[in-house]
Ligand binder design. Sequence first.
Ligand SMILES: *[C@@H]1O[C@H](CO)[C@@H](O)[C@H](O)[C@H]1NC(C)=O
Ligand SMILES: *[C@@H]1O[C@H](CO)[C@@H](O)[C@H](O)[C@H]1NC(C)=O
Ligand SMILES: *[C@@H]1O[C@H](CO)[C@@H](O)[C@H](O)[C@H]1NC(C)=O
Ligand SMILES: *[C@@H]1O[C@H](CO)[C@@H](O)[C@H](O)[C@H]1NC(C)=O
Ligand SMILES: *[C@@H]1O[C@H](CO)[C@@H](O)[C@H](O)[C@H]1NC(C)=O
Length: 188
Amino acid sequence: MAITIRPAILLLPLLLSLFLRSSAQNCLNETFSNNKLYDRCSSLVLLSATLHWTYHPSNGTADIAYRAPQNSSGFVAWAINPSSSGMIGANALLAFHNSSGAVTVISYVFNSYSPSVRDSKLSFTVYSREAEYSNGAYTIYATVALAGNKTTLNTVWQAGQVTGGVPVGHATTGDNIKSKGSTNFLSG
Ligand SMILES: *[C@@H]1O[C@H](CO)[C@@H](O)[C@H](O)[C@H]1NC(C)=O
Ligand SMILES: *[C@@H]1O[C@H](CO)[C@@H](O)[C@H](O)[C@H]1NC(C)=O
Ligand SMILES: *[C@@H]1O[C@H](CO)[C@@H](O)[C@H](O)[C@H]1NC(C)=O
Ligand SMILES: *[C@@H]1O[C@H](CO)[C@@H](O)[C@H](O)[C@H]1NC(C)=O
Ligand SMILES: *[C@@H]1O[C@H](CO)[C@@H](O)[C@H](O)[C@H]1NC(C)=O
């Protein structure tokens, strides 16, 4: 009897490790400009996004690289939500082509469902930020103070439309309303 159930018991951790490995695989092979390297990565799955980061416990900051496919006339965004989950309260970094045709990254705190997105301060320090567009994907690079020195934070990510050089909206169905979660900056 014990012999017949043992394979099933062995199978669960095996399946789990296969699953974890395959969810990491989509990010492990990604490379970045200037040979930037990060300690950890996570495939965020929804919107085909990935997040890479290095956490510095000595000063509570994280260097991040967020990459997601998008056409060159749309935007991508990655946010920490220090006060809640989802869009309201999201402290976001948004990358897009602005009205000069340049790839730019701005920051904005979403406090309503009909925001007027413009570059403004977040509730935590952003030490650096830049973005690039290549091979049909934006990559946002930033160094941020992890809000409240926490190592697990609610995060939200998004992709949507730009009008007149400003991000204006996104689909409110499917992956675009599920793309949120909790990121543990010590694991991944
Ligand atoms: C990384 O691997 C995944 C899964 O095999 C693949 O879909 C993706 O295109 C690869 N990315 C790069 C940059 O090679
Ligand atoms: C945080 O600490 C790391 C590692 O000690 C260091 O490389 C980095 O420059 C520091 N970042 C800031 C914003 O002070
Ligand atoms: C975060 O923790 C580090 C290390 O303990 C400390 O130096 C830093 O001041 C803290 N930052 C905040 C915003 O509390
Ligand atoms: C577009 O972005 C570039 C790079 O960030 C910036 O130099 C330029 O001033 C921006 N143009 C407009 C119209 O905002
Ligand atoms: C680019 O993506 C945005 C947002 O997903 C979409 O609204 C727009 O129609 C797309 N444009 C093109 C040219 O595919």
